[in-house]
Design a protein around this ligand. Structure first.
Ligand SMILES: [Zn+2]
Length: 357
């Protein structure tokens, strides 16, 4: 990879880095004041390097990403124009395995939501986390028995399983297969957490019999009413990946869940215009190694890093208003909420953690 084979922006980054080095500023962050979401959001391909997650789920990036094919025998990816089919290879392998195992327990296949951007990092829209290639959203809608068109994948509306007034699951939509799918996802040792709407957590708490040990991985959170969110742990080869706190060992069906059925979590945001973490996160706020991830060369093509090989490809429709409308659906969170914070105790008003914590 020569200097001149780099894209103009990478050439610029390389020149800045070279200038910084010649000034004895090695480690000084070139472009430190640029918004990280703009830089990472513009990347079309991953950083060609050994797979490595850097930083935290809500503040980091990753190298060596691979994409899951838009279509496989047991999955179809949604919202293709977002280009968020990228993840750490362990995440992509897990999704593929989950989709196969899901079919064997009677779920007809997975509709895949967002995983990560090619090099991770903060996104222009949606998601505080999903930054280090270890998070993935899976729809609660079963895969239909035909291939969806690119436009259907952009526009098909997501169906909420939860009544937004009562925060309880809509019993006419909930099925035992939903429970089995979540139990299956929780059964993999690499899966550390699964985020679901509090109504769904409550439904599981109220109905799961026999083995309930997996319920501790199922964590209530805002949104997550038409999809669930799988988070795997830091993978080998990622010394700078910051682990999340372990979930408590009990089933989480007691006081912490009761808090979600009080009025407090649903109060309107007092300061709706306050900037979100992604709107202030500059390169200087990310781990330094994320500069190198941005500057790294790309693989020759998307196909070269798409798995599994031989998957069919549906060409993404160009972004449109419908995409923006769809984006607005994702994870509406009324507060500067953090999926990493311990669930507050019932009835104890706690200050909400700052975004990006
Ligand atoms: Zn998610």
């Amino acid at each position: 990879m020569t200097f001149f084979s780099l894209s103009p922006r990478k050439r610029w980054t390389a020149m800045l880095l070279a200038a910084a080095t010649s000034l004895g500023l090695s480690g000084a962050s070139a472009g430190a004041t640029e918004l990280a979401k703009d830089l990472f959001g513009a990347e079309r391909l991953p950083a060609l390097a050994a797979p490595q997650s850097i930083g935290f789920y809500s503040k980091g990036c990753f190298a060596g990403g691979v994409a899951i094919a838009t279509d496989g025998p047991t999955w179809q990816a949604m919202r293709l124009s977002r280009n968020r089919r990228w993840g750490h290879p362990a995440m992509i392998a897990l999704i593929e395995k989950l989709s196969r195992d899901a079919v064997s327990i009677g779920w007809p296949g997975l509709l895949l939501g967002d995983i990560s951007q090619p090099r991770g990092g903060p996104m222009l829209t949606g998601h505080a986390s999903h930054q280090i290639g270890l998070d993935a959203d899976i729809w609660f809608t079963p895969m239909p028995d035909r291939r969806l068109t690119a436009s259907e994948r952009e526009n098909m509306s997501a169906v909420s399983l939860v009544n937004e007034k009562t925060h309880l699951v809509k019993n006419n939509l909930w099925t035992p297969a939903h429970m089995r799918l979540l139990k299956l996802a929780a059964s993999y040792p690499e899966v550390e957490r699964i985020l679901v709407n509090p109504g769904i957590k409550k439904k599981l708490c109220d109905t799961v019999t026999g083995d309930r040990s997996w319920l501790h991985k199922i964590r209530p959170f805002w949104g997550h009413d038409y999809h669930f969110h799988i988070r795997i742990g830091c993978q080998p080869g990622s010394p700078d990946c910051k682990r999340q706190e372990a979930t408590p060992n009990d089933d989480g069906c007691g006081k912490p869940l009761a808090w979600w059925f009080t009025e407090e979590p649903w109060r309107p945001n007092k300061n709706p215009d306050a900037p979100k973490a992604r709107d202030v996160m500059t390169m200087a706020s990310l781990p330094k190694a994320c500069q190198a991830v941005l500057a790294a060369p790309s693989p020759v093509s998307e196909a070269a890093v798409t798995y599994p090989r031989g998957g069919t490809t549906v060409i993404a429709a160009t972004p449109s208003n419908t995409v923006r409308a769809a984006v607005a659906l994702s994870d509406p969170v009324p507060f500067g909420a953090s999926a990493f914070a311990p669930t507050p105790e019932s009835g104890i008003p706690l200050p909400f953690p700052r975004p990006g914590k």
